[in-house]
Design a binder for this molecule. Sequence first.
Ligand code: C2E
Ligand code: SIN
Ligand code: SIN
Ligand code: FE
Ligand code: FE
Length: 411
Amino acid sequence: MTDEQIRNQENPVLTILRTTDEVNQLKDVDTILDKILYESRKFSNADAGSIFLVDKDSLIFSFVQNDTLFKGEGANAALYQNFGIPISEQSIVGYVAKTRNSLAIDDAYELDVTLPFSFNKSFDEKSGYRTTSMLTIPLIAQESRLVGVMQLINAKNDMGKVVPFDDDARTYIPLFCNNASVAIERGIMNRELILRMMQMAELRDPTETGAHVQRVGAYCAEIYGTWAARRKQSAKEIKRVRDNLRLAAMLHDVGKVGIPDAILKKPGKLTDEEFDVIKMHTIFGARLFNNLTSDLDRMSMEIALCHHEKWEGRGYPGKVTPDIWSPEVQMGEPKNGEDIPLGARICAVADVFDALSSPRSYKDPFPDEKCISILESDAGTHFDPEIVEIFVEIFDVIKAIRAKYKEQWKG
Ligand code: C2E
Ligand code: SIN
Ligand code: SIN
Ligand code: FE
Ligand code: FE
């Protein structure tokens, strides 16, 4: 039975309950937005949609899906666009944010001129897309906090013709969104908790900025998505692993909190003894997750421990003895190839690329061509060659992520 047939059979209230439950199992805000938009579009058979999140007085364009313009689970640069619309009655999304009522429009190009808002045609003009029907819904969490706005575009009938959103969509999707908004808030809080944890490391190491960890997390999520799609894994499994991987990758260097300032902040080259101290950040990080009560803990542990291992061996810390908890812990026999967990092999490429393309106390940023040529020449020795191949294949997405998470010097 196809998803479409299930949708047609199931009672809409049951669909919403089941989907809400699935959303509640996700942790990272991007995965949550992806799931909410996907399920809402499936319910209404909408061709496209986007989610805007509130930031002060603006709505920030935060997520988009469009079956006509970009298909499938593959990596996509358009996901990382970043622009804001003021919360005012002049735009459709701003109007819905202000009034906090959903709004269905049958044809965006035939709006009554007496309405306070108008349709912004710039996206259609740039992309060649034709927006017709729209359902725009406020995302309201507990204590009536406005989290954002979801906009569904171009509902289609069974023949694939664009039609207005039907009564089921207008009734049930706003209900689903009330529950979904709570999950979005929780996802935002998870992201902020991790960024705060990384700020502690950042106080010690100025290179470990919030922007760096968000870039590394997003690079890893996209590399993994392509890796798993090559293996024809199910969309559901890809989403589950990607959700954990993004957060785990953000935490790869959290063990740097245990490294003394004099070493971490040293301008210029480290001595061998100093570098031996730095290597301990892998073990310090792993200790934080070693209770292994969830897949996220396991993946965070693997990435913290193994992100400096190398495909042909000679990385660190290797197979440690007697164990990571021992005060006499010894770095051991190197790990190599698929002994190194997949998440750590992915994170190695993402982290080194970001180190190469960013300034460090010991080096200037390198141009893209130089970064790529270092990755390619180290494929098969330092890096899993397939991961480097995927990285180069999706480089336009990598650049879009880098543009979204630029360094912001906090005042
Ligand atoms: P990081 O600065 O975030 O660098 C992460 C990894 O990126 C490095 O791991 C290395 O594999 C790669 N990388 C960084 N810069 C370059 C480069 O110029 N060329 C090449 N080919 N690869 C580069 P690694 O070496 O295990 O270092 C781990 C951490 O140790 C670094 O994180 C940094 O915090 C510190 N570190 C390493 N070398 C130095 C140094 O010479 N001086 C100082 N002050 N810190 C260093
Ligand atoms: C708006 O709702 O006016 C902005 C988003 C769009 O153009 O679809
Ligand atoms: C998984 O955790 O299901 C796959 C990723 C890995 O091998 O670390
Ligand atoms: Fe590291
Ligand atoms: Fe790092």
